[in-house]
Design a protein around this ligand. Structure first.
Ligand code: NAI
Length: 339
Protein backbone atom coordinates (compact mmCIF):
# COMPACT_ATOMS: atom_id res chain seq x y z
CA UNK A 1 0.00 0.00 0.00
CA UNK A 2 1.29 3.47 -0.90
CA UNK A 3 0.42 5.53 2.15
CA UNK A 4 0.93 9.26 2.58
CA UNK A 5 3.79 8.42 4.86
CA UNK A 6 5.56 6.34 2.18
CA UNK A 7 5.04 9.13 -0.33
CA UNK A 8 6.60 11.59 2.06
CA UNK A 9 9.68 9.51 2.65
CA UNK A 10 10.05 9.03 -1.11
CA UNK A 11 10.11 12.81 -1.46
CA UNK A 12 12.64 12.99 1.34
CA UNK A 13 14.84 10.40 -0.33
CA UNK A 14 14.69 12.29 -3.61
CA UNK A 15 15.58 15.51 -1.83
CA UNK A 16 18.47 13.74 -0.19
CA UNK A 17 19.89 12.46 -3.47
CA UNK A 18 19.61 15.98 -4.91
CA UNK A 19 21.43 17.31 -1.89
CA UNK A 20 24.23 14.81 -2.37
CA UNK A 21 25.14 16.78 -5.51
CA UNK A 22 24.71 20.13 -3.81
CA UNK A 23 27.75 22.32 -3.31
CA UNK A 24 27.11 24.30 -0.22
CA UNK A 25 29.65 26.61 1.32
CA UNK A 26 28.68 27.68 4.82
CA UNK A 27 30.47 30.49 6.65
CA UNK A 28 30.59 31.11 10.39
CA UNK A 29 31.59 34.61 11.52
CA UNK A 30 32.61 34.39 15.18
CA UNK A 31 33.64 30.75 14.74
CA UNK A 32 36.06 30.59 17.67
CA UNK A 33 33.52 31.63 20.29
CA UNK A 34 31.41 29.67 22.73
CA UNK A 35 28.71 29.15 20.11
CA UNK A 36 30.97 29.29 17.07
CA UNK A 37 33.08 26.26 17.97
CA UNK A 38 30.36 23.67 18.62
CA UNK A 39 28.29 25.15 15.78
CA UNK A 40 31.20 24.68 13.39
CA UNK A 41 31.66 21.12 14.62
CA UNK A 42 27.98 20.31 14.03
CA UNK A 43 28.19 21.83 10.54
CA UNK A 44 31.21 19.62 9.85
CA UNK A 45 28.96 16.64 10.60
CA UNK A 46 26.32 17.83 8.13
CA UNK A 47 26.65 16.02 4.78
CA UNK A 48 24.98 18.89 2.96
CA UNK A 49 27.83 21.24 3.86
CA UNK A 50 30.68 20.83 1.39
CA UNK A 51 32.86 23.80 2.38
CA UNK A 52 33.06 25.24 5.84
CA UNK A 53 34.61 28.69 6.21
CA UNK A 54 35.54 29.75 9.74
CA UNK A 55 36.30 33.37 10.55
CA UNK A 56 36.88 35.13 13.86
CA UNK A 57 38.89 38.11 15.05
CA UNK A 58 40.95 35.58 16.94
CA UNK A 59 41.46 31.87 16.64
CA UNK A 60 39.68 31.05 13.38
CA UNK A 61 42.53 29.06 11.79
CA UNK A 62 43.09 27.07 15.01
CA UNK A 63 39.47 25.99 15.28
CA UNK A 64 39.49 25.16 11.56
CA UNK A 65 42.65 23.03 11.82
CA UNK A 66 41.12 21.11 14.71
CA UNK A 67 37.71 20.52 13.09
CA UNK A 68 39.30 19.69 9.72
CA UNK A 69 40.60 16.41 11.16
CA UNK A 70 37.07 15.08 11.61
CA UNK A 71 36.69 12.43 8.92
CA UNK A 72 33.70 13.73 7.04
CA UNK A 73 33.97 14.79 3.42
CA UNK A 74 33.73 18.58 3.61
CA UNK A 75 36.71 20.88 3.50
CA UNK A 76 37.28 23.28 6.39
CA UNK A 77 39.24 26.48 6.13
CA UNK A 78 40.07 29.08 8.76
CA UNK A 79 40.61 32.69 7.79
CA UNK A 80 42.81 35.41 9.22
CA UNK A 81 41.16 38.47 10.76
CA UNK A 82 41.93 40.77 7.85
CA UNK A 83 39.61 42.33 5.27
CA UNK A 84 41.03 39.84 2.74
CA UNK A 85 40.40 36.94 5.12
CA UNK A 86 36.82 38.06 5.71
CA UNK A 87 36.26 38.49 1.96
CA UNK A 88 37.60 35.03 1.17
CA UNK A 89 35.52 33.48 3.98
CA UNK A 90 32.37 35.02 2.53
CA UNK A 91 32.80 34.67 -1.22
CA UNK A 92 30.61 31.96 -2.74
CA UNK A 93 28.84 31.26 0.52
CA UNK A 94 25.26 29.96 0.53
CA UNK A 95 24.72 30.42 4.26
CA UNK A 96 26.43 32.90 6.57
CA UNK A 97 25.87 32.36 10.29
CA UNK A 98 26.81 35.25 12.57
CA UNK A 99 27.36 34.44 16.26
CA UNK A 100 30.06 37.15 16.65
CA UNK A 101 29.74 39.41 19.65
CA UNK A 102 29.68 39.41 23.43
CA UNK A 103 27.29 37.23 25.45
CA UNK A 104 25.34 38.16 28.59
CA UNK A 105 26.55 38.04 32.16
CA UNK A 106 24.19 37.54 35.14
CA UNK A 107 21.77 40.43 35.56
CA UNK A 108 22.06 41.59 31.94
CA UNK A 109 19.25 41.69 29.40
CA UNK A 110 19.94 41.04 25.73
CA UNK A 111 19.40 44.73 25.09
CA UNK A 112 22.36 45.49 27.40
CA UNK A 113 24.56 43.93 24.70
CA UNK A 114 23.44 46.45 22.11
CA UNK A 115 26.30 48.92 22.49
CA UNK A 116 28.97 46.32 21.78
CA UNK A 117 27.23 44.00 19.37
CA UNK A 118 25.48 46.58 17.17
CA UNK A 119 28.75 47.75 15.62
CA UNK A 120 30.16 44.21 15.32
CA UNK A 121 27.08 43.06 13.41
CA UNK A 122 26.96 46.24 11.32
CA UNK A 123 30.56 45.75 10.17
CA UNK A 124 30.14 42.05 9.42
CA UNK A 125 26.90 42.82 7.58
CA UNK A 126 28.78 45.34 5.43
CA UNK A 127 31.28 42.67 4.48
CA UNK A 128 28.50 40.15 3.79
CA UNK A 129 26.63 42.68 1.63
CA UNK A 130 29.79 43.20 -0.43
CA UNK A 131 31.07 39.65 -0.72
CA UNK A 132 28.03 37.39 -0.26
CA UNK A 133 25.03 39.53 -1.25
CA UNK A 134 22.94 36.50 -2.27
CA UNK A 135 23.63 34.30 0.76
CA UNK A 136 21.12 33.44 3.44
CA UNK A 137 22.23 35.51 6.44
CA UNK A 138 21.46 33.95 9.82
CA UNK A 139 21.85 36.35 12.73
CA UNK A 140 22.56 34.79 16.12
CA UNK A 141 24.27 37.78 17.83
CA UNK A 142 22.03 39.46 20.36
CA UNK A 143 19.90 41.43 20.68
CA UNK A 144 18.44 39.63 17.65
CA UNK A 145 15.40 41.97 17.72
CA UNK A 146 17.82 44.81 16.84
CA UNK A 147 20.71 43.10 15.05
CA UNK A 148 18.40 41.80 12.29
CA UNK A 149 17.08 45.33 11.52
CA UNK A 150 20.71 46.55 11.64
CA UNK A 151 21.67 43.98 9.00
CA UNK A 152 18.66 44.91 6.85
CA UNK A 153 19.61 48.61 6.96
CA UNK A 154 23.20 47.83 5.97
CA UNK A 155 22.07 45.67 3.04
CA UNK A 156 19.61 48.40 1.98
CA UNK A 157 22.36 51.03 2.09
CA UNK A 158 24.43 48.84 -0.25
CA UNK A 159 21.43 48.27 -2.56
CA UNK A 160 21.43 44.48 -2.10
CA UNK A 161 18.70 43.92 0.50
CA UNK A 162 16.66 40.79 -0.15
CA UNK A 163 14.16 40.30 2.69
CA UNK A 164 13.82 36.65 1.73
CA UNK A 165 17.39 35.94 2.74
CA UNK A 166 17.68 37.50 6.19
CA UNK A 167 16.83 35.43 9.28
CA UNK A 168 17.02 36.11 12.99
CA UNK A 169 17.76 32.75 14.60
CA UNK A 170 15.05 32.12 17.21
CA UNK A 171 15.30 28.33 16.89
CA UNK A 172 16.60 27.98 20.45
CA UNK A 173 13.25 29.28 21.73
CA UNK A 174 11.48 26.54 19.78
CA UNK A 175 13.97 23.91 20.97
CA UNK A 176 13.51 25.03 24.59
CA UNK A 177 9.73 25.17 24.28
CA UNK A 178 9.46 21.58 23.07
CA UNK A 179 11.88 20.40 25.75
CA UNK A 180 10.16 22.28 28.58
CA UNK A 181 6.63 21.24 27.57
CA UNK A 182 7.79 17.61 27.46
CA UNK A 183 9.04 17.96 31.03
CA UNK A 184 5.62 19.21 32.14
CA UNK A 185 3.74 16.47 30.27
CA UNK A 186 6.26 13.66 30.65
CA UNK A 187 6.48 13.07 26.91
CA UNK A 188 9.23 12.65 24.33
CA UNK A 189 10.37 16.17 23.31
CA UNK A 190 11.03 14.88 19.79
CA UNK A 191 7.26 14.59 19.38
CA UNK A 192 6.51 18.03 20.74
CA UNK A 193 6.24 21.11 18.59
CA UNK A 194 5.47 24.50 20.02
CA UNK A 195 5.08 27.50 17.76
CA UNK A 196 6.90 30.49 19.22
CA UNK A 197 6.23 33.87 17.62
CA UNK A 198 7.31 37.48 18.18
CA UNK A 199 10.96 38.21 18.84
CA UNK A 200 13.92 36.82 20.75
CA UNK A 201 14.09 38.35 24.22
CA UNK A 202 11.98 38.18 27.36
CA UNK A 203 8.36 39.14 26.79
CA UNK A 204 8.83 39.39 23.03
CA UNK A 205 9.09 35.57 23.02
CA UNK A 206 5.50 34.36 22.66
CA UNK A 207 4.87 30.60 22.88
CA UNK A 208 1.50 29.54 21.51
CA UNK A 209 0.62 26.60 23.75
CA UNK A 210 -2.94 26.57 22.43
CA UNK A 211 -1.51 25.41 19.08
CA UNK A 212 0.69 22.71 20.68
CA UNK A 213 -0.18 19.09 21.43
CA UNK A 214 -1.30 20.26 24.87
CA UNK A 215 -3.81 23.09 24.55
CA UNK A 216 -5.18 21.96 27.93
CA UNK A 217 -2.26 23.42 29.88
CA UNK A 218 -3.72 26.27 31.89
CA UNK A 219 -3.53 28.31 35.07
CA UNK A 220 -0.33 28.40 37.10
CA UNK A 221 1.26 25.55 35.14
CA UNK A 222 0.78 27.50 31.91
CA UNK A 223 2.08 30.73 33.43
CA UNK A 224 5.19 29.00 34.75
CA UNK A 225 5.83 27.23 31.45
CA UNK A 226 5.42 30.39 29.38
CA UNK A 227 7.71 32.25 31.76
CA UNK A 228 10.31 29.49 31.53
CA UNK A 229 10.27 29.59 27.72
CA UNK A 230 10.55 33.39 27.73
CA UNK A 231 13.36 33.51 30.27
CA UNK A 232 15.01 30.09 29.78
CA UNK A 233 18.20 31.78 28.65
CA UNK A 234 18.55 33.31 32.13
CA UNK A 235 18.78 29.83 33.67
CA UNK A 236 21.93 29.22 31.63
CA UNK A 237 23.41 32.67 32.26
CA UNK A 238 22.89 32.18 36.00
CA UNK A 239 24.29 28.64 36.06
CA UNK A 240 27.36 29.69 34.06
CA UNK A 241 27.88 32.40 36.66
CA UNK A 242 29.65 35.00 34.56
CA UNK A 243 31.11 32.64 31.97
CA UNK A 244 28.52 33.51 29.31
CA UNK A 245 25.16 32.37 28.04
CA UNK A 246 23.81 29.40 26.12
CA UNK A 247 26.43 28.09 23.70
CA UNK A 248 25.93 24.33 23.27
CA UNK A 249 22.14 24.33 22.97
CA UNK A 250 22.47 27.43 20.78
CA UNK A 251 24.95 25.66 18.51
CA UNK A 252 22.46 22.79 18.21
CA UNK A 253 19.68 25.25 17.33
CA UNK A 254 21.83 27.19 14.85
CA UNK A 255 22.93 23.99 13.13
CA UNK A 256 19.28 22.93 12.85
CA UNK A 257 18.31 26.24 11.24
CA UNK A 258 21.20 26.01 8.77
CA UNK A 259 20.24 22.42 7.95
CA UNK A 260 16.61 23.46 7.43
CA UNK A 261 17.69 26.05 4.85
CA UNK A 262 19.96 23.57 3.10
CA UNK A 263 17.16 21.00 2.95
CA UNK A 264 14.77 23.67 1.66
CA UNK A 265 17.24 24.69 -1.02
CA UNK A 266 17.34 21.04 -2.12
CA UNK A 267 13.58 21.11 -2.62
CA UNK A 268 12.21 19.82 0.67
CA UNK A 269 9.30 21.61 2.30
CA UNK A 270 10.63 22.86 5.62
CA UNK A 271 8.89 25.11 8.12
CA UNK A 272 10.74 26.93 10.90
CA UNK A 273 9.81 29.80 13.20
CA UNK A 274 12.25 32.61 12.44
CA UNK A 275 12.50 36.40 12.82
CA UNK A 276 12.10 37.92 9.37
CA UNK A 277 10.96 41.01 7.49
CA UNK A 278 7.26 40.27 7.83
CA UNK A 279 3.96 41.70 6.65
CA UNK A 280 2.06 40.36 9.68
CA UNK A 281 2.16 43.49 11.86
CA UNK A 282 3.45 46.07 9.36
CA UNK A 283 0.17 47.98 9.70
CA UNK A 284 1.19 48.56 13.33
CA UNK A 285 4.66 49.71 12.29
CA UNK A 286 6.39 46.42 13.21
CA UNK A 287 8.67 45.54 10.31
CA UNK A 288 10.15 42.30 11.65
CA UNK A 289 8.35 39.46 13.35
CA UNK A 290 8.98 35.80 14.00
CA UNK A 291 6.32 33.32 12.94
CA UNK A 292 6.23 30.04 11.09
CA UNK A 293 7.98 30.47 7.77
CA UNK A 294 7.99 28.03 4.85
CA UNK A 295 11.56 27.86 3.57
CA UNK A 296 12.49 27.28 -0.05
CA UNK A 297 15.40 27.59 -2.46
CA UNK A 298 14.76 31.34 -2.46
CA UNK A 299 15.03 31.55 1.35
CA UNK A 300 11.68 32.71 2.69
CA UNK A 301 9.02 31.07 0.55
CA UNK A 302 5.94 31.97 2.55
CA UNK A 303 5.30 33.67 5.87
CA UNK A 304 2.49 31.88 7.63
CA UNK A 305 0.00 33.81 9.75
CA UNK A 306 0.05 33.55 13.55
CA UNK A 307 -3.22 31.64 13.41
CA UNK A 308 -5.85 31.23 16.07
CA UNK A 309 -4.77 32.35 19.54
CA UNK A 310 -6.65 32.56 22.81
CA UNK A 311 -7.21 35.67 24.89
CA UNK A 312 -4.21 35.00 27.12
CA UNK A 313 -1.93 34.67 24.09
CA UNK A 314 -3.40 37.78 22.53
CA UNK A 315 -2.29 39.62 25.69
CA UNK A 316 1.21 38.17 25.30
CA UNK A 317 1.33 39.32 21.67
CA UNK A 318 0.32 42.84 22.62
CA UNK A 319 3.06 43.03 25.28
CA UNK A 320 5.51 41.64 22.72
CA UNK A 321 4.68 44.20 20.03
CA UNK A 322 5.36 47.12 22.37
CA UNK A 323 8.91 45.99 23.18
CA UNK A 324 9.62 44.65 19.73
CA UNK A 325 8.79 47.94 18.09
CA UNK A 326 11.32 49.77 20.30
CA UNK A 327 14.02 47.15 19.67
CA UNK A 328 13.55 47.34 15.88
CA UNK A 329 13.58 51.13 15.75
CA UNK A 330 16.70 51.20 17.93
CA UNK A 331 18.55 48.98 15.46
CA UNK A 332 17.43 50.99 12.45
CA UNK A 333 18.34 54.29 14.11
CA UNK A 334 21.78 52.95 15.02
CA UNK A 335 22.69 52.40 11.36
CA UNK A 336 21.31 55.79 10.31
CA UNK A 337 23.36 57.53 13.03
CA UNK A 338 26.44 55.30 12.68
CA UNK A 339 26.57 54.25 9.04
P1 NAI B 1 31.70 34.39 22.81
O1 NAI B 1 32.26 35.63 23.41
O2 NAI B 1 32.08 33.09 23.42
O3 NAI B 1 32.09 34.33 21.27
C1 NAI B 1 31.95 35.40 20.42
C2 NAI B 1 33.02 35.29 19.36
O4 NAI B 1 32.85 36.38 18.45
C3 NAI B 1 34.44 35.40 19.91
O5 NAI B 1 35.22 34.31 19.48
C4 NAI B 1 34.95 36.71 19.35
O6 NAI B 1 36.35 36.72 19.08
C5 NAI B 1 34.13 36.82 18.08
N1 NAI B 1 34.05 38.17 17.52
C6 NAI B 1 33.88 39.34 18.17
N2 NAI B 1 33.88 40.36 17.29
C7 NAI B 1 34.03 39.80 16.06
C8 NAI B 1 34.11 40.32 14.75
N3 NAI B 1 34.04 41.64 14.51
N4 NAI B 1 34.28 39.47 13.72
C9 NAI B 1 34.36 38.15 13.94
N5 NAI B 1 34.30 37.59 15.17
C10 NAI B 1 34.14 38.42 16.21
O7 NAI B 1 30.11 34.55 22.77
P2 NAI B 1 29.00 33.42 22.49
O8 NAI B 1 28.62 32.79 23.76
O9 NAI B 1 29.48 32.58 21.38
O10 NAI B 1 27.76 34.33 22.02
C11 NAI B 1 27.80 35.03 20.81
C12 NAI B 1 26.53 35.85 20.60
O11 NAI B 1 25.41 34.99 20.45
C13 NAI B 1 26.19 36.76 21.76
O12 NAI B 1 25.77 38.00 21.25
C14 NAI B 1 25.04 36.07 22.44
O13 NAI B 1 24.20 36.96 23.13
C15 NAI B 1 24.34 35.46 21.26
N6 NAI B 1 23.41 34.38 21.57
C16 NAI B 1 22.30 34.25 20.79
C17 NAI B 1 21.36 33.28 21.04
C18 NAI B 1 20.15 33.18 20.16
O14 NAI B 1 19.24 32.40 20.51
N7 NAI B 1 20.05 33.85 19.05
C19 NAI B 1 21.51 32.34 22.15
C20 NAI B 1 22.73 32.51 22.88
C21 NAI B 1 23.63 33.51 22.60
Amino acid sequence: MFSARTAFSAVQRRAFSVSAQQNSKVTVLGAAGGIGQPLSLLLKLNKRVTDLALYDIRGGPGVAADISHVNTKSTVKGYNPTPEGLKAALEGSEIVLIPAGVPRKPGMTRDDLFNTNASIVRDLAKAAAEHAPNANILIISNPVNSTVPITAEVFKSKGVYNPKRLFGVTTLDIVRASRFISEVKNTDPANEEVTVVGGHSGVTIVPLLSQSNHPDISGEVRDALVNRIQFGGDEVVKAKDGAGSATLSMAFAGARMADSLLRASAGEKVVECTFVDSPLYKDQGIEFFSSKVVLGPEGVKEILPVGKVNEYEQGLIEACLKDLSKNIVKGQAFVKENP
